[in-house]
Design a protein around this ligand. Structure first.
Ligand code: NAD
Length: 258
């Protein structure tokens, strides 16, 4: 079991109890970490506060990842409250609804900008903000969440696939930049799971069915399975791993079409 006691972590991406980031927050807290959770808007604040109340002494802070000011304020608050940071879990993603149902060719410049900004650039902005805090601890671990739609075409995943490709590339460039500071940067590519974000993709049930029928394990994955892998990547057991995209998808990615 990974021990995170004495560690401080930032979890970005909890919306409700189905969120992958919430499963990771629970697992990190169970491993002994003290956490800060963020909410992007007042609309989601109460949800996040209610969930956070079940953890031991968490911080709950605002952060719309599309806003540089809020990212900077978050870094300053964490520095003041935690005096440094050991890990960051980045689980924020968003694309406007029209981009997830219209033909990909119809993707507007504005939808493209928003999807890439919130889902990919935010990892760069947040990593920059937490780097000095991690340096205070002699290093750290940054983890993001991606999907195989970065590489292969899934109906209606559309611009989110492009954003995930950018995100995975950013993982490698960040890993190269931050490695000399002993900061590792990795991603987990999770199989399809029913959550608030995935419910926005028209045809998510067909995707879930494909996992049940085609994966070597003949089932999808759940958020607890992703969380177990996340705790490994965040902790000491993965100290030699950086720039990696770890597939946690019941083996779905190895299968050919026939
Ligand atoms: P979710 O809806 O619970 O999480 C998405 C989070 O992004 C929400 O908490 C939302 O508040 C946050 N977010 C959106 N815009 C934001 C902004 N401007 N600022 C800050 N936060 C913002 O859904 P999830 O499925 O748990 O998604 C978490 C991550 O996992 C996402 O990156 C998603 O793409 C990825 N992922 C999901 C699946 C799946 O099938 N559910 C599979 C692979 C990867």
């Amino acid at each position: 079991m990974t021990d995170l006691s004495g560690k401080h972590g930032l979890i970005v991406g909890v919306a409700n109890k189905r969120s992958i980031s919430w499963a990771i927050a629970q697992a990190a807290a169970a491993a002994g970490a003290r956490l800060a959770l963020t909410y992007p808007s007042e609309r989601l604040e109460e949800n996040v506060r209610e969930l956070a109340a079940t953890l031991d002494n968490p911080l709950v802070l605002p952060c719309d990842v599309a806003d540089d000011r809020q990212i900077a304020d978050l870094g300053a608050t964490l520095d003041r409250e935690f005096g440094g940071l050991d890990f960051l879990l980045h689980g924020a993603a968003f694309a406007p609804a029209d981009a997830l149902k219209n033909p990909f060719t119809e993707t507007s410049r504005e939808s493209f900008r928003i999807a890439l900004d919130v889902s990919a650039y935010s990892l760069i902005g947040l990593s920059r903000a937490v780097t000095p805090l991690m340096e205070k601890r002699g290093g750290g671990s940054i983890l993001t969440l991606t999907f195989i739609g970065s590489d292969r075409v899934f109906t209606n995943y559309n611009v989110m696939g492009v954003a995930k490709a950018a995100l995975e590339s950013a993982v490698r460039y960040l890993a190269s930049d931050l490695g000399p500071k002993n900061i590792r940067v990795n991603a987990i590519s999770a199989g399809a799971i029913k959550t608030l974000a995935s419910a926005g993709i028209t045809g998510i049930s067909t995707m879930l069915q494909a996992y049940r029928e085609k994966s070597p394990l003949r089932r999808g994955v759940d958020t607890a399975e992703v969380a177990d892998a996340a705790i490994f990547l965040l902790g000491q057991g993965a100290r030699g791993i950086s720039g990696e995209v770890l597939m946690v998808d019941s083996g779905f990615h190895i299968m050919g079409g026939a």
